[in-house]
Design a protein around this ligand. Structure first.
Ligand SMILES: Cc1cc2nc3c(=O)[nH]c(=O)nc-3n(C[C@H](O)[C@H](O)[C@H](O)COP(=O)(O)OP(=O)(O)OC[C@H]3O[C@@H](n4cnc5c(N)ncnc54)[C@H](O)[C@@H]3O)c2cc1C
Length: 468
């Protein structure tokens, strides 16, 4: 069995790893466009501190930085299997306007109703407590499947167990819910109110632990690159080839897939797994793309974001005592920019409990899409002198995308997958694309591929005929 995987983000690496587990004899080549593997996982390193006296080697995750091991069951098992070191991060948050006129914190261990772990204004806390209890139940209820966040809030204010028209007070929505949604990486570019309620709850439940056991949020020691390196190492040991700087074109039909590499060499594979974005697949598949594929893939749209490691404090709450691991901006008087959040890295890396860093008090941050520009001199520099910043492309998870995910997988394993020997995996294919979602997607695609290769007639079936 000879399989090509296009894209070496976590989804492509996981697909290779899981396939090798089931079929150790499979020959797998991963083709990656970039010079590095990891996709949205990107760790940078730099020296922090006054170089005249001392400086300390530090790191920051610009993209993926946080796994909730209480819910990421598969990722946890894999971290253990690969012996990837992880530590609890400080699970705290601050919400503030840029001018600090509204500013409060939520401390680790916060539970609904507990004032000891928050300085939230009373109305905000009331809404937050109600939301923590009610919303995780509601997102399982088919009534709310198609609701936007604003529709959900309105519905619950009109219908709730307490008959309270202020069940979710406006202050909670404006100063907590919408700022939090604006800090999620898959937010759309219109407004948090228009986001899919189910999509944002996937993030609240899977990453933040709403509606389940207490969250166990961790960071990977040395940054998430350590995790990618461990997975890559394991794959190479198992004989998987990883080709970087690869420009590929994909030509599929029912008998397999030809990959044209760097405009020169053709290589034949039994199947290809597209582990890049939907929009990229639309460009790369030169032959064998079906109308079903086009219909599904074109439903996903993408946003570009910038992440910068820096020391520019005006992006944090003006009251330094309020700085927390995750700092959310209350967009009051500033023009709304979706996906804005700042991390205090020392807290993310749980500085207070870290013997190496207790003495190194210099604070540094990572900000996604800064609301105000960061002067160049505050941007941290990597060892080669380049700024510690990067650009990410991420799909927006809206109602359209969630529906398209269902079409992709189909019912009874009869979705778009496998037509003309081409398969799809990636964060965009499952939920909101957190790492645990990527695992499920990779696992599912490997299962499908193995079934289909034993039953080749699957490849010729059209979704339109199947769903009739
Ligand atoms: C800023 C940010 C922070 C996040 N934080 C978290 C977090 O803390 N925890 C969490 O669980 N999830 C987080 N996520 C979600 C994250 O996207 C997923 O967890 C996961 O990393 C997605 O992996 P992927 O492989 O599906 O996609 P990607 O990481 O986007 O990988 C796609 C790969 O395809 C490659 N590619 C693109 N074009 C081509 C081409 N033409 N040919 C070959 N290869 C190509 C890309 O270079 C890339 O390597 C975050 C996302 C973002 C954007």
């Amino acid at each position: 069995m000879k399989i090509a995987i296009i894209g070496a983000g976590i989804s492509g690496l996981l697909a290779a790893y899981l396939l090798k587990k089931k079929r150790p004899d499979a020959s797998i080549t991963i083709f990656e466009k970039n010079t590095r593997v990891g996709g949205n996982v990107q760790t940078v390193q730099f020296n922090i501190g006054n170089s005249h006296h001392s400086s300390t080697l530090r790191w920051a995750d610009l993209g993926v930085n946080d796994f909730n091991l209480a819910t990421y069951k598969n990722i946890l098992a894999l971290l253990k299997e690969l012996k990837v070191p992880y530590k609890p991060l400080e699970n705290s948050a601050a919400f503030s306007t840029l001018d600090g006129s509204i500013s409060y914190v939520i401390e680790p261990g916060y539970q609904a109703g507990s004032r000891a772990f928050t300085t939230m204004p009373v109305e905000v806390q009331k809404g937050f407590d109600n939301f923590s209890r009610q919303a995780p139940l509601d997102c399982q209820d088919p009534t709310f499947t198609e609701f936007s966040v604003a529709e959900y809030i309105q519905y619950r204010n009109e219908n709730n167990p307490d008959h309270d028209p202020n069940f979710y007070p406006a202050a909670f929505v404006e100063y907590n819910l919408y700022p939090r949604i604006n800090g999620m990486y898959f937010v759309n570019d219109t407004a948090p109110s228009t986001m899919s309620f189910v999509a944002i709850m996937n993030h609240y439940c899977l990453q933040e632990g709403f509606g389940g056991d207490s969250p166990e949020r961790v960071y990977i020691e040395g940054g998430c690159q350590t995790w990618i390196d461990a997975l890559q190492h394991a794959l190479i040991q198992q004989g998987v080839s990883i080709v970087c700087n690869a420009a590929v074109q994909v030509l599929g039909d029912t008998s397999g897939v030809n990959i044209l590499l760097n405009h020169s060499e053709f290589e034949h594979f039994d199947a290809a797994i597209m582990a890049c974005h939907a929009s990229t697949s639309l460009q790369l598949i030169q032959q064998g793309i079906t109308s079903d594929m086009v219909q599904v893939l074109s439903q996903f749209s993408y946003n570009n974001s910038v992440a910068i490691a820096h020391t520019y404090a005006p992006l944090l709450p003006p009251n330094q005592a309020h700085w927390r691991t995750y700092n959310l901006l209350i967009h009051r008087d500033v023009q709304l920019r979706p996906y804005t959040i700042s991390y205090v890295c020392n807290r993310h890396q749980n500085d207070a409990n870290h013997h190496l860093y207790q003495a190194a008090s210099e604070e540094y941050f990572v900000t996604l899409n800064p609301a105000i520009p960061i002067p160049e001199e505050y941007v941290l520099k990597q060892f080669d002198g380049t700024p510690a910043q990067t650009y990410f492309k991420h799909n927006m998870v809206n109602a359209k995308a969630l529906k398209a995910q269902k079409l992709l997988w189909g019912r009874h394993r009869r979705g778009v997958q496998g037509q003309n020997s081409i398969y799809f995996t990636g964060g965009w294919t499952w939920g909101t694309g957190l790492h645990e979602d990527c695992y499920h997607s990779a696992q599912q695609v490997v299962n499908l591929l193995l079934v289909h290769l034993l039953e080749p007639e699957w490849n010729t079936l059209e979704l339109s005929k199947l769903s009739a």
